[in-house]
Write a protein that binds this ligand. Structure first.
Ligand SMILES: Cc1cc2nc3c(=O)[nH]c(=O)nc-3n(C[C@H](O)[C@H](O)[C@H](O)COP(=O)(O)O)c2cc1C
Length: 174
């Protein structure tokens, strides 16, 4: 197997659900995470994304109580809401491809966070209508944006080892 820093970073990432709320995430760290997100591949180079950076404690607590699997936001010093910008969605049979663009951007955030020694976790919003509405209401979001996920980010209070998901039976070689 190839062995280099990028591969090691991918193979050692794990979702982090326990944060130290006392240690902030700096502006520079947030910008690096956003630069990583926007470096993702994107169909027809449409970049149909928008990112809402949340550091407000009341809003972070709100994610924790209004989303069913985002309780850890109550302890995170920051969260990034990855959103679709409907003005840049493709039309016709490609109209849902923005989900793939945002997934690629989200994974880049998770990998960048891990590379920077931060913990992060993807928490689902889209396509659950009630979660989409809850996030829109909480952050007073324009209906032009579709909140896709909430990624709490911060310093881990208890880093977890990665799961080894390698399964050769999931592969066909031709
Ligand atoms: C589409 C998607 C939705 C997810 N939603 C949640 C969520 O709402 N809450 C949560 O704690 N983790 C969520 N996760 C994280 C998964 O639970 C996690 O990736 C999986 O258990 C594998 O663990 P790992 O990330 O440590 O490898 C989500 C991951 C993906 C890709």
């Amino acid at each position: 197997m190839e062995n280099n820093d990028a591969i090691t970073n991918i193979l050692t990432r794990a979702s982090n659900r326990r944060f130290n709320p006392e240690i902030p995430v700096t502006d520079s760290q947030i910008e690096t995470l956003l630069r990583a997100a926007m470096a993702a591949p994107t169909a027809v180079n449409k970049r149909p994304w928008h990112f809402v950076v949340v550091r407000d404690r009341v809003l972070l607590d709100g994610f924790g109580t209004s989303l069913p699997y985002c309780h850890m936001a109550k302890y995170a010093p920051a969260a990034i809401v990855v959103c679709g910008d409907s003005r840049r969605f493709l039309e016709g049979e490609n109209s849902t491809i923005w989900v793939q663009d945002l997934s690629a951007a989200s994974e880049n955030i998770l990998l960048a966070a891990h590379a920077m020694g931060l913990g992060a976790v993807w928490t689902s919003v889209y396509p659950y209508a009630e979660r989409v509405e809850a996030v829109r209401k909480l952050v007073d979001m324009s209906p032009l944006f579709v909140p896709f996920n909430v990624i709490p980010v911060g310093h881990s209070a208890s880093p977890r080892p990665p799961m080894d998901k390698w399964d050769p039976s999931c592969v066909t070689y031709l």
